[in-house]
Design a protein. Structure first.
Length: 290
């Protein structure tokens, strides 16, 4: 549907808040059906390079028998970024995240993190919608954009799927939201998985942007949500389905929305500007980390 060239530019994301203490962020990883060892360092660098954040990393034990020792102190951080999809955390850790977020913390869900913990009810409420792991119509509706509005699709079926990796256009649906303010109405994303048929409680969920899941690429023929925000108690969640691999995490659009979404999750506001080489409707742009 779209013919796009990728523009590779050396991008220095603007450094802001000189003299102001950066926001402390915790990045959680350690298990994933994706190459978290590749994407986590890029997520950390993307957040720290803009000058707004300092990032600690909490990696789950590689020996699953030691998972009971995984007890990060969420309350020390302004936001938690999850790049995790794996074994269930200890009950104490799960409850700690619930308490942290409901009390006003921030959470960012990156790509396959929305596949995690299908049986953890509160996690599904946090992320709004998720995929795989046995999710189906009992998990909640699918969220689609049809005829200029959000539709909750209750059609029976499994939750989670995607077609072939490809570049695709992302359409802004909430241009007044702080995360999206000033971004183009349409912009091209580098080659990535386009998640579809995600299902869940979808409570207090706002879709910020969608992408058309083209049947020619093995998709659904629907406009699927790609960027979302969710309210959970007093807390804020930014959910991006983007970021499958190194190539997709180096999209300037991904980096910018990750930074802005993390700042919003942490503070409820966005001060980070749109970079000069943010992609437009016909060309993706690639971030070269400093």
């Amino acid at each position: 549907m779209f013919r796009a060239a990728i523009v590779v530019l050396l991008l220095a994301f603007p450094t802001t808040h000189a003299g102001e203490a950066p926001l402390k962020v915790l990045l959680v990883d350690g298990q994933n059906n994706h190459k978290w060892q590749v994407t986590s360092p890029l997520l950390k660098k993307a957040l720290e390079e803009c000058g707004r954040f300092v990032v600690d990393v909490a990696t789950t034990p590689q020996d699953k028998a030691k998972m009971s020792e995984f007890k990060p102190e969420f309350g020390r951080y302004a936001a938690v970024v999850s790049n995790y999809n794996g074994e269930m955390w200890p009950q104490e850790t799960c409850r700690a995240l619930e308490t942290y977020l409901s009390g006003g913390g921030g959470l960012v869900i990156v790509h396959a993190a929305d596949n995690a913990f299908p049986k953890w009810l509160e996690y599904n409420r946090m992320i709004g919608v998720g995929g795989w792991g046995g999710r189906n119509e009992k998990s909640g509706p699918m969220i689609r954009w049809r005829d200029g509005q959000i539709v909750r699709d209750t059609t029976p079926g499994p939750g989670g799927g995607h077609g072939a990796n490809h570049e695709y256009a992302i359409d802004t649906r909430e241009p007044q939201h702080p995360i999206m303010a000033g971004l183009p109405a349409r912009w091209m994303h580098t080659s990535d998985e386009l998640y579809a048929t995600l299902r869940g409680p979808a409570e207090n969920l706002t879709v910020l942007a969608t992408a058309f899941s083209d049947k020619a690429k093995g998709g659904t023929g629907e406009h699927e949500p790609v960027l979302m925000v969710i309210g959970y108690g007093k807390g804020r969640v930014f959910h991006t389905i983007l970021g499958h691999d190194e190539r997709s995490t180096k999209c300037v659009g991904f980096v910018c929305t990750l930074q802005r979404g993390t700042e919003w999750a942490a503070t409820g506001k966005v001060t980070l500007p749109k970079p000069d080489n943010f992609p437009g409707p016909d060309q993706a742009s690639v971030w070269n980390p400093r």
